[in-house]
Design a protein around this ligand. Structure first.
Ligand code: GLC
Length: 423
């Protein structure tokens, strides 16, 4: 059985391979996405490590001079996606979006090179590039040096329409945006996607930033949406820590020290987001100056950073308490806003499962991690390689033949063969 799953997953990665980058899925997402690519490399490493490195190299070839790595690279012309290059108006040699995504590259590169040390020399230039991205985050998204960085657009979180963004989104106007036609709802059921009102606000923010010429150092303070997401920050912390370890192995001491310091800074600030009542971390609305009282998977994903073991144990218990047939729901079931089929307001996403399970395993929660991995593989056998899944029924939703879902399956299958080492 697992051999058949493995072959099916590899086939999807190959079908979606465009040579030097991989599209998330045909039709719905016809370009290169930032965190999709880094997580996709983890799947590719199981059958072609050199190709996996290319995936990350291609992404970083489009890094902006300021250090920002865009969330979409529009390599080829395709009218099937909105908002396309003309809406972003970023004026780059190859068009890109102007916002970023969860910085998982440092983690992915380390994991790739751990098993393929022969690629180290080729990968060396990436160390400086990823470090520059990490530095950019702290410089532009944490101007007061709190230790935690803010996202300025929900799309940056990767959890586009999470309930987390509802309250801060009230501050973002929805009027005055140029008329547009959505494309996602032509490929997937509108009832499983963000609403029109949310889309208007997404585009309002894009137009605001475009009006500021995408000067990334100016955007944070001028955005009515500034949210500190524990999942996003934990990915940054983990990537800084892993890149530091890799830099030590490769003899790049200055980069090791810089990344180590950034990781320590983030980790020291993370406790401010903890909620004892929810048994998980919460988002902080930086404009309003208060925590967002909502239990989403962003606060569970914090386990990806080296948080204290007792907090990891609480997170494992909170996931167990969801009581859903499939783990991990992106919004705690039964809470306001939960919608089992609507994108990031309830459905399970395998990439998030993967990172939560990895963190829990490292924190000594092996049983909880194994339960998440088993649940993920059950979803695949029952419903195929979908974009996301209903946590109650297991129904596959959104796009099909999905790249990062397939990549995560290869990771989960390889762990069944060789359990992850404890930290
Ligand atoms: C959606 C997801 C985002 C992902 C993208 C491409 O926008 O919310 O996390 O990167 O699709 O798969």
């Amino acid at each position: 059985m697992s051999d058949a799953l493995r072959s099916a997953a590899i086939e999807i990665l190959k079908v979606n391979d465009r040579g030097s980058y991989t599209v998330p899925t045909k039709g719905l997402y016809p370009f290169q996405w930032n965190w999709d690519s880094c997580l996709t490399a983890l799947g590719q490493r199981h059958f072609d490590p050199a190709r996996a490195l290319t995936e990350i190299e291609t992404l970083f070839a489009h890094q902006w001079p300021c250090g920002m790595v865009p969330h979409i690279i529009f390599h080829a012309q395709d009218d099937g996606y909105f908002p396309g290059p003309e809406v972003w108006g970023c004026n780059r040699p190859v068009p890109t979006s102007g916002i970023t995504q969860p910085p998982v590259a440092g983690f992915a590169l380390r994991r790739l090179l751990d098993a393929a040390p022969d690629l180290q020399d080729r990968a060396r230039p990436l160390l400086a590039r990823i470090t520059a991205w990490h530095r950019w985050f702290h410089a532009t998204r944490d101007p007061q040096g709190s230790g935690l960085v803010a996202i300025i657009h929900p799309w940056e979180s990767g959890r586009d329409n999470s309930v987390d963004w509802d309250a801060p989104f009230d501050r973002v106007p929805s009027d005055g945006v140029a008329p547009y036609t959505r494309r996602d709802t032509q490929h997937a059921d509108a009832a499983h996607r963000p609403t029109k009102d949310q889309y208007d606000r997404y585009i309002w923010l894009v137009e605001r930033f475009r009006g500021l010429g995408w000067a990334t150092e100016r955007l944070h303070y001028t955005s009515p949406f500034q949210v500190v997401d524990p999942g996003f920050n934990s990915i940054l912390i983990r990537s800084c820590a892993d890149l530091a370890d890799l830099a030590v192995v490769m003899g790049e001491d200055a980069q090791a020290a810089e990344n180590r310091a950034l990781a320590a800074k983030g980790l020291a600030a993370l406790p401010a987001l903890w909620s004892d009542a929810h048994g998980q971390y919460l988002c902080l609305d930086r404009v309003a100056g208060r925590l967002i009282d909502n239990p989403s998977s962003g606060g569970l994903l914090a386990a990806f950073a080296p948080i204290p073991p007792d907090r990891a144990a609480r997170i494992a218990a909170s996931i167990e308490a969801h009581g859903t047939r499939f783990r991990v729901a992106s919004q705690a079931p039964g809470t306001p806003g939960f919608d089992a089929k609507r994108y990031w307001r309830g459905p399970v996403w395998l990439v998030v499962n993967y990172m939560i399970a990895d963190g829990l395993e490292r924190a000594g929660q092996a049983e909880a991690a194994a339960a998440i991995r088993a649940s993920s593989l059950r979803l695949i056998t029952e419903s195929g390689f979908a974009e996301y899944y209903d946590p109650l029924t297991g129904e596959g939703l959104g796009g099909g033949q999905f790249t990062w879902t397939a990549a995560m399956v290869l990771e989960f299958l390889s762990m069944q063969r060789s359990p992850a080492p404890a930290r």
